[in-house]
Design a protein around this ligand. Structure first.
Ligand code: DON
Length: 581
């Protein structure tokens, strides 16, 4: 079976990781002369006894581990990692964006934090339409008009205030300030990405931008972000007011005025993150705790799981035509519901209970034909647009020594968000407004279509696919996971969970295994380009196969039966790194 190969790769990586730890003992070995290798030692998977962090950057994971070692809990570590990623992973880590966090305490209490951006008060339903009513897609993806009111700083403050153990919030910001002001060496992946976006940066950033470099970036170059350091310092000193008021707010509003954006001081003052009831549902003896609206993640994940629960997936075999067909049909139905019914539940009566009711989902699978694909309605043709550079959200999973767990996904939306940097404040702004449905039936960047439920309205949150998830098995903590990948986030999370729960894979194997994805429209099964599946049988069943470069970048922790922690980043992303002990 395929996953045996993965297993041996995993063992090799694990043994290598152990050697690395015992000989070096530290994850940063700086090699300034190299231009094409990682300036950091990366450990992409490990088994730890007590505590674990996995994030998209070794410096951020290390900071999380340090906070845990200083007596902080998983929430403290997550907040510190979040601020660190705003410095070391500028394309997705952020203070100018937003995200979602699922917490499960050691005592079994769970909570969901929504710090999603919202539309500015001056936003209008047709703000991205031209005089003929056609969508001008570019302005919802780049530039000042694409920006939603950022939620990250308020979110981190609320998370810490409710669950944090480290007394002073500023202590969780401090490591990021050091990284921003002293600088850090960029990885090859970051250098490549920064080089790719120089032209776009030049359009929206002044000569003072730390990201512009005439001679081009190479791995090992020092990236210093003085203005960002000063902004983080204001947040450290003043908390919320260091971002949503005073100098930072002035600079943000000035930036908006300069570029034709619409975020005002009032928008910033009034922004508030929200604790919501997590989406909770059962799959066999597992309990899934995930994100409710304004993310579609929790509802869709539960729908897909419920959709396949009555069928013998394990017996069908890993990625056999039968399995792929069944999962595809469950996904098709979930994403069709997403397009019609999901949006910000503070603005639209999202039928959450109905959509996640097992009886309703069984009914939806009522016309499932084991032999033939159901054809998606072709009227609202979606146009999927997944390219490697679109995987720019970032996920972090943390478990502390007490057994508290955090799953958090945050984003600027696309790479480096709107590409707009707040001049003088040094942080990039999101382009999250593209997650709204600019016009019914017209796909967004991720090919997702929407309707009334997700239309643009002032102060409304745009629908998301981010799916930070925590899973219990028989009442005990079992898994913490999440992913970037736009619309493919939900199906990536689904597959990694299923790979462990149904196919008995080790976590690194489950994460490394190739993935596929169906989102109702377009009517295709996206597959990772180099995966080997029985396309002949699937095509004969009526499916259309569409190979793509890669799907999702999962970061997860699996609590093994003995209680130790199997931790894994995604081999698809060179900078993913685990830390712990
Ligand atoms: O919230 C969402 O669903 C998107 N803004 C996430 C964007 C994303 O995952 C980009 N790339 N990985």
């Amino acid at each position: 079976m395929k996953y045996n190969t993965y297993h041996s790769q995993y063992l090799a990586r694990f043994v290598f990781g152990l050697l690395l730890f015992s000989t070096i003992g530290c994850q940063q070995s700086i090699d300034i002369t190299s231009t094409d290798i990682q300036p950091y030692d990366i450990q992409q998977s490990a088994i730890f006894d007590s505590a674990a962090v996995v994030s998209a950057h070794p410096l951020a994971s290390e900071i999380g581990k340090n906070i845990l070692q200083q007596g902080g809990n998983a929430i403290d570590a997550t907040v510190a990692v979040h601020f660190a990623l705003a410095v070391v992973c500028p394309r997705a880590g952020n203070i100018g964006g937003g995200g979602f966090m699922i917490v499960r305490t050691a005592a079994g209490e769970s909570a969901a934090l929504d710090y999603r951006e919202k539309a500015p008060a001056a936003a209008t339903t047709d703000m991205y339409l031209d005089s003929l009513g056609n969508v001008i897609a570019d302005i919802s993806r780049k530039g000042h008009l694409a920006v939603g009111v950022p939620g990250t700083v308020d979110g981190m403050i609320k998370a810490h205030a409710r669950f944090g153990k480290i007394k002073r919030f500023g202590d969780l910001v401090a490591p990021a300030i050091k990284l921003a002001t002293e600088g850090y060496q960029i990885s090859k992946a970051e250098a490549d990405r920064l080089n790719e976006y120089q032209e776009a940066f030049r359009k929206f950033q002044s000569d003072t931008s730390p990201f512009l470099k005439k001679e081009g970036w190479k791995s090992g170059d020092l990236l210093v972000q003085k203005d960002l350091g000063n902004t983080l310092q204001r947040i450290e000193n003043q908390g919320r007011a260091g971002f949503y008021a005073g100098k930072t707010a002035d600079l943000l509003v000035k930036e908006m005025e300069k570029g034709g954006g619409i975020i005002t001081r009032t928008d910033l003052e009034e922004y508030s993150s929200i604790w919501r009831d997590p989406m909770i549902g059962d799959y066999k003896n597992y309990r899934i705790i995930s994100m409710p609206p304004p993310s579609s993640g929790g509802i869709c994940l539960l729908q897909i799981l419920e959709g396949v629960e009555d069928y013998p997936l394990a017996e069908y075999g890993f990625q056999s035509p039968q399995s792929i067909h069944l999962i595809t049909e469950a996904e098709r139905r979930a994403y069709a519901d997403r397009a019609e019914h999901l949006g910000d539940s503070d603005f639209y009566p999202v039928p959450i209970d109905k959509l996640s009711n097992p009886e309703y989902i069984r009914q939806r699978m009522g016309d499932y034909n084991e032999k033939m694909a159901t054809q998606s309605d072709s009227i609202l043709a979606g146009n999927i647009n997944i390219s490697p550079e679109s995987f720019e959200t970032t996920h972090t999973s943390v478990i502390d020594t007490e057994g508290n767990a955090v799953s958090v996904t945050t984003t600027l939306n696309l790479n480096y968000g709107s590409k707009v940097i707040v001049e003088g404040a040094g942080f990039l702004l999101n382009d999250e407004m593209d997650d709204f449905s600019a016009k019914p039936g017209v796909p967004n960047f991720f090919g997702l279509v929407g309707a009334e439920a997700n239309k643009i309205e002032p102060n409304k949150r745009m629908l998301s696919s981010m799916t930070p998830t925590i899973v219990e098995k028989d009442g005990k903590l079992f898994m913490v996971l999440g992913s970037p990948g736009g619309s493919t986030i939900i199906t990536s999370v689904f597959q990694v969970f299923i790979n462990v729960a149904e196919y008995g894979m080790s976590l690194p194997d489950a994460v490394a295994a190739k993935r596929f994805h169906h989102q109702w429209l377009p009517n295709t099964i996206m597959t990772e380009a180099d995966m080997t599946i029985d396309t002949v049988t699937l095509k004969a069943m009526g499916h259309v196969i569409d190979p793509k470069v890669r799907i999702g970048l999962v970061k997860a922790i699996h609590v093994l039966p003995e209680g130790n922690l199997s931790v894994s980043g995604d081999p698809r992303h060179a900078d993913d790194d685990v830390a712990g002990w």
